[in-house]
Design a protein around this ligand. Structure first.
Ligand SMILES: C[S@@+](CC[C@H](N)C(=O)[O-])C[C@H]1O[C@@H](n2cnc3c(N)ncnc32)[C@H](O)[C@@H]1O
Length: 349
């Protein structure tokens, strides 16, 4: 037995000083840009065929060979690529950056590393004013900017496709669409989410409603997923009008991107389109009343920076719906981070 004065034979490693931890946290932006540049250069796509020497990778990506070697060394430290015998190969994390990988987040990384990253550079403005940073940095709100910048719009829309299919399947598994009728997806993006719901409910018809520039390319995706014959595509703005005649209306990952005044306007447009037996499903991550996870806390700030929006608690959601004459009926959890909040027209008393 060791006496009180005896030194332990093994000394536990000292915990990093707070200053070191802070500097580690600050390196997040540097890592994000290394991943973004690797994705822009298509490093993962070039390596899916097998390992390549730096010179060959530089020639294929149009990069400066010695500097690309420095980037690859940094990416190797993150587990994105692996070095061996003077060549670089894809490591497991790197596969997620390849465009056609099954679990690709390539498009999400491209948008997050470009416009979103630059908008976050003006977070200070958002925190000082409560307003979105995006318009100050880019001279237009996010969606007007995307309309004027087709390449960025392609990344943004593709990022919705990357995650929309799995989300749509999760919603279809959690919510009973009663097998028939019409689902109108308001701000439905390129249609991946609605297509997954239609695939799971062969008796349902869909209406994909989004900005004209977004739905212009949706036909091919809907046809590829085998649901084009059951889906009508409508271009327009939900600030002006929402197609009527649906049984269920979806607003997925869209409503809370906007400041409260615009949220109210979108909900009123949906309310006007809803028949007496219609239902509106808000597909959103709901802020808990108690402790908020880091993921939610940063997602909430992201909504602010990009569009002046905010995450809402259930009570806040209930209040926003009530202002548009809608009553929250129930909330259904899904295995993803989002829940389904169902609302119906308020009954006059
Ligand atoms: C974050 S995306 C969500 C897309 C889709 N609901 C999903 O979850 O995959 C928000 C969508 O709202 C659409 N949107 C923005 N402003 C709009 C408007 N005024 N009218 C119709 N759609 C709009 C965007 O084009 C975009 O597709």
């Amino acid at each position: 037995m060791m006496s009180e004065t005896e030194a332990p034979t093994q000394v536990a490693a000292a915990a990093p000083a707070p200053s070191q931890l802070v500097l580690q946290l600050m390196s997040g932006s540097v890592v994000a840009q290394a991943l973004y540049v690797a994705t822009r250069l298509g490093i993962a796509d070039h390596l899916t065929g097998g390992p390549l020497p730096v010179t060959s990778l530089a020639a294929r990506t149009g990069a400066h060979p010695p500097t690309l070697a420095r980037l690859l060394r940094a990416l190797a430290s993150l587990g994105v690529v692996r070095e061996g015998d003077g060549t670089y190969a894809l490591a497991p994390l790197g596969l997620a950056l390849a465009q056609n990988a099954p679990d690709s987040v390539c498009a999400s990384v491209l948008f997050a590393g470009a416009e979103q990253y630059r908008a976050w550079g003006d977070l200070l403005h958002s925190v000082q004013t409560g307003e979105a940073a995006f318009p100050r940095v880019f001279g237009a709100d996010c969606y007007a900017y995307l309309t004027a910048h087709p390449e960025s719009a392609r990344s943004f829309d593709a990022s919705m496709v990357e995650t929309g299919g799995a989300l749509g399947s999760a919603i279809a598994a959690a919510y009973d669409f009663a097998g028939e009728g019409t689902v109108v997806d308001v701000g439905g993006g390129p249609g991946a989410l609605l297509a997954a719901i239609l695939q799971a409910n062969p008796g349902l018809h869909g209406v994909l409603f989004d900005r004209p520039q977004v739905v212009a390319g949706a036909g091919e995706l809907l046809a590829g997923l085998g649901v084009a014959d059951r889906c009508t595509v409508v271009g327009g703005s939900f600030f002006e009008d929402v197609p009527a005649g649906g049984d269920v209306y979806l607003l997925a990952r869209t409503l809370l991107n906007f400041p409260d005044a615009q949220v109210g306007c979108i909900l009123r447009r949906c309310r006007a389109a809803l028949g007496p037996a219609g239902r509106l499903l808000l597909i959103e991550s709901i802020l808990p009343d108690g402790t908020v996870s880091a993921a939610d806390a940063f997602n909430d700030l992201n909504l602010l920076v990009l569009g002046g929006g905010r995450m809402a608690t259930l009570n806040e959601l209930r209040g926003l719906l009530a202002q548009a004459d809608l009553t929250l009926t129930r909330v259904i959890a899904t295995p993803t981070r989002v829940s389904i909040a169902e609302a119906v027209p308020a009954v006059e008393t």
